[in-house]
Design a protein around this ligand. Structure first.
Ligand SMILES: Nc1ncnc2c1ncn2[C@@H]1O[C@H](COP(=O)(O)OP(=O)(O)OP(=O)(O)O)[C@@H](O)[C@H]1O
Ligand code: SF4
Ligand SMILES: [Mg+2]
Length: 374
């Protein structure tokens, strides 16, 4: 059933700074040391986490050129994901936002073991992944899938739809060609394609249709968890809505759990049950979607949400423009990584001490000294 996706976002009025500070008081009042940095809201919320991350890090060591080696400079390390504690609950969509290069894709790919983590634990369905035996690991790889951003480059141009899907089915252990054929013919209409498409090659499809093939490929493995890494950003607006609606229908039908990465805040607002905001490899704020959009507490989230285009003049005047240079994950600032750009900076504590992610009683988590001081 088609749903209207765009234009649904109500005009959001950001809380003026004073209100943000007042709300931060509630946070401190209800601060519970047990909740700090544990990401452990599962029991409290009465939900079961399918994926749990504990102190997850992914650092890339950059290779030095011969000249750099001779000059003897120190090794450069990109801290793409730098200590993430997070739970993703069964059947939910967790939206992940943050500016380009903050580590969203790396986080998704590290969870899926496409990149080995540098430190920390990934727990899937109650079991740490690094403890899994070979067979269990294969099963995890089947159950945790990815839908890529670019439907043009994520499909092999030399393989037909039948071959692309058969490959995924084989990875699931379905090797009988007749059963594969049967399954492919069931799968195609499920993602809005027809059996007539089965022998076509990726270049014979539109962008939206290619993304449907990408969705079918992920679904062929009967996953439980899907990382959707900007699955609609390469598509035009009307096609975006179709793919989002498809993902929602499939989630309801197959009880899928999504980690949904996007830049478009209206898409995130529409699809997410909860939203996590990432800045330089860390989660700086996380809350249920309405809570986060109505009451952003971290200065970075406030700036991010203030950039949503508004029609009313008053709301437009509350746009927060960040100053200062955008730091890189190679040499991220000490203390709170956001401090060089922060309009609420509190002096030495912000410059020297990284803030913990602290949850209030409604499990709205914020990593900010200013919020925790009031
Ligand atoms: N294989 C790699 N080697 C070295 N650095 C990497 C590698 N992959 C990613 N990075 C770096 O890690 C950081 C995070 O990259 P990532 O792709 O996760 O960001 P992102 O939040 O997904 O950005 P975007 O919104 O542009 O997709 C970036 O600084 C990037 O340059
Ligand atoms: S910890 Fe300090 S610098 Fe960081 S966001 Fe909060 S107020 Fe700003
Ligand atoms: Mg990315």
């Amino acid at each position: 059933m088609a749903k209207i996706l765009f234009g649904f976002l109500p005009p959001l009025s950001l809380p003026p700074m004073g209100r943000g500070q007042m709300l931060a008081k509630t946070l401190t009042k209800t601060r519970d040391p047990v909740a700090i940095c544990d990401g452990g809201r599962g029991q409290t919320l009465g939900k079961t986490p399918l994926v749990e991350l504990r102190g997850l890090k992914k650092h890339y060591v950059l290779k030095k050129s011969m000249l750099e080696k001779l000059a003897g400079g120190r090794e450069q390390v990109v801290k793409a994901v730098d200590g993430v504690d997070l739970q993703i609950f069964n059947g939910e969509t967790l939206g992940l936002v943050g500016e380009s290069g903050c580590g969203k894709s790396t986080l998704g790919r590290t969870i899926l073991q496409l990149h080995p983590p540098s430190a920390g634990d990934i727990i899937f369905d109650g079991k740490p992944i690094h403890d899994l035996k070979r067979e269990e690991r294969r099963d995890f790889c089947r159950q945790a899938q990815i839908i890529f951003q670019n439907p043009y480059s994520s499909l092999n141009p030399r393989k037909s739809v039948r071959q692309i899907l058969a490959l995924a089915l084989r990875a699931r252990g379905l090797s009988d060609p007749n059963l594969q054929e049967e399954e492919i013919r069931l799968l195609l209409p499920r993602v809005g394609l027809s059996e007539a498409h089965i022998d076509r090659y990726p270049h014979q499809f539109s962008g939206g249709q290619r993304q449907r093939i990408g969705v079918a490929r992920a679904l062929a493995l009967k996953p439980r968890f899907v990382v959707a890494d900007e699955p609609v950003s390469a598509l035009d607006v009307s096609v975006q809505a179709q793919i989002i609606n498809l993902l929602e229908e499939l989630q309801a039908e197959f009880q899928l759990t999504y980690l949904f990465v996007a830049h478009d805040l209206s898409v995130i607002h529409h699809i997410s049950d909860r939203v996590a905001v990432m800045y330089l490899g860390k989660i700086v704020e996380i809350a249920e979607t309405e809570e986060l959009f109505n009451d952003p507490r971290h200065p970075y989230t406030q700036a991010l949400l203030s950039a949503i285009p508004r029609v009313d003049k008053e709301a437009r005047s509350t746009r927060i423009l960040l100053t200062g240079t955008v730091p890189t994950p190679i040499d991220s600032p000490a203390g709170c990584a956001f401090h060089p750009r922060c309009f609420k900076r509190k002096g030495r504590i912000c410059e020297e001490q990284p803030p913990d992610l602290v949850y209030d009683s409604s499990w709205h988590g914020v990593a900010c000294h200013a919020c925790q001081m009031l």
